[in-house]
Design a protein around this ligand. Structure first.
Ligand code: NAP
Length: 289
């Protein structure tokens, strides 16, 4: 079987062009979408992620605020900052870059973000809305995966989807989204015995385990659509997904590469959620004009 590589960069570029148009329409109407990104301390990977997000906002016509609290800031200072942004009508999305330094409670911090500006979709209220089938903000990576499948013309209805990983940011929400689309969903975790016997049943396989090359071609059924969420830095400095890319060629029908698959979609969906938030704010009069 010829395996086709899904080009996440190209699909994200296409979606970003549409987001730029929507942002321009909002701006012309007096409401430029705005995203605030808050980080605390100096986690090296976080500064790169934040820089990329701020640059992506600029290209999409979204104004951004990069708020950097020092290593010595405490949780009260962070919560004050979040509350000020919750009340700031020019900001439609608030993102707290994780991980937070030791001593901070991520749960308390994420719950402080207004559920109406929670563009990461991590607030328990938004997680609950997704679980009951009325999503408002959906976490960016799972939302990006659904857009990839849609773009590829893959309809999950009636298919067996297997998700490897049960995190709140990827595994659980992607399982719920696939379920809502009518897939039969199996969710695996680190305690799942005989993972291969389950992944071999997958027509759609989403892998978000953070374990390089966990999935090989022998663990697939021929024709599977494989979405690799993993981003792992190997000892030689190279990036690898959770799927052994070369070994699935010839067995999978389609596969996302790492890098260049799910990653670019995640950033595109952050922009999507921010613009959608500004559109909702405008429609409900929750904004300055
Ligand atoms: N492309 C992107 O934009 C993007 C976005 C987010 C995350 N990621 C990447 O995606 C990966 C997962 O992220 P995450 O935040 O979901 O990670 P996480 O919170 O560490 O969760 C990993 C999940 O995988 C499960 N798991 C680990 N080893 C397993 C195994 N051998 N068999 C079956 N399940 C196993 C774990 O099970 P237990 O719950 O039992 O421990 C856990 O539920 C990471 O590499 C991360 O860097 C990429």
């Amino acid at each position: 079987m010829q395996t086709r590589t899904i080009d996440g960069n190209a699909i994200a570029r296409e979606l970003r062009a549409g987001i730029l148009t929507r942002a321009a329409t909002l701006t012309a109407g007096g409401v430029q979408p705005g995203l605030a990104v808050i980080r605390v301390g100096s986690h090296p990977a976080s500064s790169v992620y934040v820089r990329n997000k701020i640059a992506a906002c600029g290209e999409a016509g979204i104004h951004s605020r990069d708020i950097h609290l020092s290593e010595t800031a405490d949780e009260a200072a962070l919560l004050d900052q979040i509350r000020a942004l919750n009340d700031d009508a020019s900001i439609h999305g608030i993102l707290v870059q994780l991980p937070l330094p030791r001593g901070f409670s991520p749960e308390r911090v994420l719950e402080a973000v207004s559920p109406l500006k929670d563009v990461d979709g991590f607030h328990p209220m938004n997680a609950g809305l997704l679980a009951v089938g009325h999503p408002r903000f959906v976490p960016c990576t799972p939302l990006g995966i659904m857009k990839l499948l849609e773009h590829e013309g893959v309809n999950p209805e009636g298919r067996h989807a297997v998700v490897v990983g049960r995190s709140n940011i990827v595994g659980k929400p992607i399982a719920l989204l696939l379920l809502q689309k009518g897939a039969t969903v199996t969710i695996c975790n680190s305690r799942t015995p005989d993972l291969r016997s389950i992944t071999r049943q997958a027509e759609i396989l989403v892998v978000a385990a953070g374990k390089p090359k966990l999935i090989t071609g022998a663990m697939l059924s021929p024709g599977a659509i494989v979405i690799d969420v993993g981003i792992n830095r190997l000892a030689d400095g190279k990036l690898a997904g959770d799927v052994d890319f070369s070994s699935v060629l010839g067995t999978a029908a389609r596969v996302t590469p790492v890098p260049g698959g799910v990653g670019p979609m995640t950033i595109a969906m952050l922009l999507e959620n921010t613009v959608a938030s500004a559109e909702r704010a405008l429609a409900s009069g929750r904004t300055r004009t």
